[in-house]
Design a protein around this ligand. Structure first.
Ligand SMILES: [Zn+2]
Length: 179
C-alpha cells in the first residue's frame, strides 16, 4: 500500500479527551454548574467494584447493556468483560460528590463503555429545560446511545477500510426501562 492510498481517519466527532485543556476546564465548570439532580437519589453511594453490587446492578437491568441492549451473559467472556457505566461521568462529579449513586450506574458492555468514553451531552441553553439531558436521565441515555452509535459507525468506516468490512448500522434503542 503506498502512502497516498492509506485510508485516512474520518474527522473525529466530539470527544472530551481531545479537547484542549482550557476548553475541558471550561466544560467541566459549566457541567458542574448545571448540577443535574437525577443522578443522586440521596441514598448512600455503592461501590460497583464490589461483586455483590455489580451483580445487583446487572440483575436490575436483566443483564443487558443499557446502550446496545446486548445480552451480557451469552458467554463467560461477556460476563467478565461487562462493566458498570457511570452515565454521568465521574470526571464531571470529581471533587463534588460520589458518582456511584444507583441512578447513575448501569450495566454496559465493554465496547459501549469504551466508545462512550468521557462524553457528556451539549450543555443546555436553558438550564431549567425539563427535556434537557441534564434534567432528564432518559434523554441523557438516549443521547448517549446516539453518540455511541455515531462513534461506532465512524470507527467501523475507518477500520473497515483496512480489513474490508462494511459498516453495520446499529439500532438505537428508545425504550429504556430505567426505573
Ligand atoms: Zn453495549
Amino acid at each position: 500500500m503506498t502512502a497516498s492510498s492509506v485510508p485516512q481517519p474520518t474527522p473525529s466527532i466530539r470527544n472530551c479527551y481531545q479537547l484542549p485543556e482550557e476548553e475541558m476546564k471550561k466544560l467541566k465548570k459549566l457541567a458542574q454548574a448545571t448540577d443535574p439532580k437525577w443522578w443522586d437519589d440521596g441514598k448512600k453511594a455503592v461501590d460497583p467494584s464490589n461483586v455483590n453490587n455489580w451483580a445487583a446492578i446487572l440483575k436490575a437491568y436483566n443483564y443487558h447493556c443499557i446502550y446496545c441492549k446486548q445480552d451480557l451473559t451469552t458467554t463467560l467472556d461477556q460476563v467478565v468483560g461487562s462493566t458498570i457505566d457511570h452515565v454521568l461521568p465521574s470526571w464531571v462529579l470529581e471533587g463534588r460528590a460520589n458518582a456511584n449513586r444507583r441512578p447513575n450506574l448501569f450495566p454496559c458492555c465493554s465496547v459501549c463503555n469504551a466508545l462512550k468514553g468521557p462524553w457528556v451531552p451539549e450543555l443546555p441553553t436553558d438550564p431549567a429545560d425539563p427535556n434537557s439531558p441534564w434534567n432528564n436521565r432518559k434523554v441523557y441515555i438516549r443521547q448517549a446511545r446516539e453518540h455511541i452509535a455515531a462513534v461506532r459507525t465512524v470507527r467501523q468506516a475507518d477500520y473497515g477500510k483496512f480489513v474490508g468490512l462494511g459498516v453495520k448500522t446499529l439500532k438505537i434503542w428508545n425504550d429504556p426501562d430505567l426505573d
